[in-house]
Design a protein around this ligand. Structure first.
Ligand code: GLC
Length: 416
């Protein structure tokens, strides 16, 4: 499947096959970066376009790597699956690379495996709130600092705008059954004082988590400020497009949406603001740490060329190009002081602390399975099939059974 999707077989041995997913604009930017690399080095790169959904990307990579296929040679990995890939022995150590310029805490928790560097951060994500500045002005409102303000203003604005546009909703976010739902849930829960992992324990059935899940469900089912499609189809791109076509007042998304909202032809260009997510009483916002890391397959037949490509992508010059084009938060620390980048992305300095303090998900090889269990139960509570408390109890019970199968104590140290 991978071979035909790549459109190449053994004939590919003269080029580096790079698997990467994302919004169409991101894929175009990767094509351009790869072309620049080829011009400078003579090494050809074939981009294997994958879907934006992180779970789908992981599954397709696992198929190829489990089969020991030599392609793709290089790929991007979501921060939450680097540990699984490293533990499975699929990553070639990045010997000779200097992790110095990157965020040390990220390198230590994500990219080092048994003392060896196996990946490098290309960009870092943290959840943020986008708002329609023009609409808030029109209604004499300010950007919400608390979840209560977000709800109140959503109801007020949507009641009026729905007269002309029945599809208008106050707030869009990621509620479909996939990894993005967990990142959203952890932000709602975190701002209530809840969590999934604390002091080495994986827990879900907590009063704060329950309050958060009830609130998420109520946004859709009781207050109706989030569309019913929230739990059936809202992923990053669906939420981004909903807001971008002018049908929502607020959107929770990652920083990549900023440059797309501001792009020529976007109906919300010049009308969009960005800030930290709200919290219950205006205290510090909680944002989930996301991001994508680059690594080389242990099965690649063109490792030196693949390494050269990784070096290019993670260089100051390569990252700067992508940051300016896509509005990413770079994995390299030095770029946060680059005047050109700060001028192009004013929010980078403003939201620095949001990104710096973003909360990681558990960095364990079996995280995708923990997440799958939680996704299923949380999504079913949003759909109204099951009570929020019951969903969390069931998820916690299933996760405990999974950990026992892995021979792990229910109390699991992150990174164990
Ligand atoms: C973004 C984040 C990633 C997260 C995913 C969830 O791509 O960078 O870490 O898992 O969204 O959908």
């Amino acid at each position: 499947m991978f071979l035909s999707a790549a459109g190449c077989d053994e004939a590919c041995s003269d080029r580096v096959v790079f698997a990467v997913g994302g919004a169409p604009s991101e894929l175009e930017a990767w094509e351009e970066l790869a072309a620049d690399f080829t011009r400078e080095t003579g090494i050809r790169v074939e981009i294997l376009r994958r879907p934006a959904d992180t779970d789908q990307q992981r599954q397709s990579l696992i198929l190829a790597l489990n089969a020991g296929l030599s392609h793709p040679d290089v790929f991007l990995m979501d921060v939450v699956w680097v540990s699984l890939f490293a533990e499975s022995g699929w990553l070639e150590p990045l010997d000779g690379f200097d992790p110095g310029p990157f965020f040390q805490s990220v390198i230590e928790t994500v990219d080092l495996h048994e003392g060896k560097l196996v990946a490098l951060p290309v960009y870092m994500d943290g959840g943020v709130l986008y708002y329609r500045r023009d609409l808030l002005d029109r209604f004499g409102l300010r950007p919400p600092e608390t979840w209560a303000e977000l709800l109140k203003s959503s109801l007020r604005v949507q009641n009026v705008l729905r007269e002309k546009n029945p599809d208008f909703y106050g707030f869009v976010w990621q509620g479909a059954q996939y990894e993005g739902l967990i990142t959203n849930f952890l932000e709602f829960a975190g701002s209530e004082g809840g969590f999934l992992l604390r002091d080495g324990r994986i827990l879900l059935d907590l009063p704060a988590n329950r309050r958060a899940l009830e609130y998420m469900r109520d946004l859709i089912r009781k207050y109706r400020v989030s569309p019913p499609s929230t739990y059936t189809e809202m992923r990053e791109e669906q939420a981004r497009l909903y807001f971008q076509q002018g049908d929502a007042l607020y959107e929770r998304n990652w920083p990549y949406a900023w440059s797309l909202h501001q792009s020529p032809g976007s109906p919300v260009r010049g009308k969009t603001g960005i800030r930290a997510l709200p919290s219950p009483a205006g205290e510090e916002a909680v944002s989930t740490l996301g991001g994508w890391h680059i690594g080389v397959s242990r099965f690649s037949n063109v490792k030196p060329q693949a390494m050269a490509f990784v070096r290019y992508v993670t260089s100051s010059q390569g990252q700067k190009k992508m940051v300016l084009r896509l509005g990413w938060n770079p994995g390299r620390q030095d770029l946060y002081f680059d005047p050109e980048i700060l001028a192009a992305l004013p929010y980078l300095a403003e939201l620095k602390d949001v990104f710096r303090q973003a909360r990681p998900r558990p960095m364990v090889p079996y995280y995708p399975q923990i997440s799958n269990i939680a996704q299923r139960q949380i999504n079913s509570a949003l759909a109204g099939h099951i009570d929020a408390g019951e969903a969390l109890i069931r998820a916690e019970r299933e996760i405990a059974a999974l950990l026992i199968r892995y021979g792990k104590p229910a109390r699991t140290e992150p990174g164990e």
